[in-house]
Ligand binder design. Sequence first.
Ligand code: XIL
Length: 303
Amino acid sequence: YAAVVAKEFNSVTIENHLKMNAIRPCDTCWNYTLADSVVNWCLRNKKRVHGHTLLWHESFPKWLKKYNSKQDSAFVENVLKEHVMKTVKRYKGKIASWDVANEVIADKSTELRQSFWLTILGPNFLSRIIQYAKEADPDVKIFYNDYGQEYDYVKIEGIDKLLATLKFQNIKIDGIGFQMHTCIQSPSLDSIKNAIMHFAKQGYLIHISELDVPNYPKDGNKTMTDSMLRLQSERYKNIAAIYALVPQKQRFGITTWNLSDKDSWIRTYMKDELQKPLLFDEQYKRKPAYYGFREGLKISLKK
Ligand code: XIL
């Protein structure tokens, strides 16, 4: 695993070890052991590390649940502040960019997602996370990461609204992360292109942050054919080629969500061990998807 990462990639996002439930397993404990070991491996191997993520409703530490009344808001704010400042400071000089928040806009909506954070801390929690992160490391690059912008254009309006609110408060976001857990057939390439260019035109860095391409839909025909692997390869190529439209200095990078098909979260998420969503097969050999993706990247590199 490590040999393939060392050889093929120049940037790493840690899948789970930097999430809040991993770092704060209980109210009196902090656990940076796993994250430290990956970060240090990355630095030794000259890989950039992108931080994921300071806040996500799904990586909520269970022990915090009981502090769920408005009277607890000062305490909860302090937990969040300490988490953000301690974490960003710990990796200052090692992790230069962070997804400060993940998925805070609701689906098909322009509003913030209902969450513990919104209920207890009110609608400006994101501004404060960014301020805490900047206080801990003034040079850190701030990313807003979400899924579905490539087909959910209402969510795009929601993100625009969030960005406008932050701008009004004089708070700067540097980049937008498109998770891009996509599939072979949909959405259309035009839809992906328009969504990416919508944010590229506003000057943001663009990170395709969690790319994977499941081979067939949840309830589709599950026979894995060569033609499916070819279509998957085309899809990877086309996405990389779309990325070439982003001005070079705004291309933060493309990250796939883990390495080989057997490491992919998609198998658990879709409850389907037959999915082969990534660039490397179970023996860590390059798949047709790898070669398609590389073709697409060559287009980016030319521009
Ligand atoms: C997923 C991981 O891949 C899983 O291992 C974990 O159990 C849950 O989180 N969007 C995100 C990622 O931003 O953090 C998620 O990662 C996948 C969806």
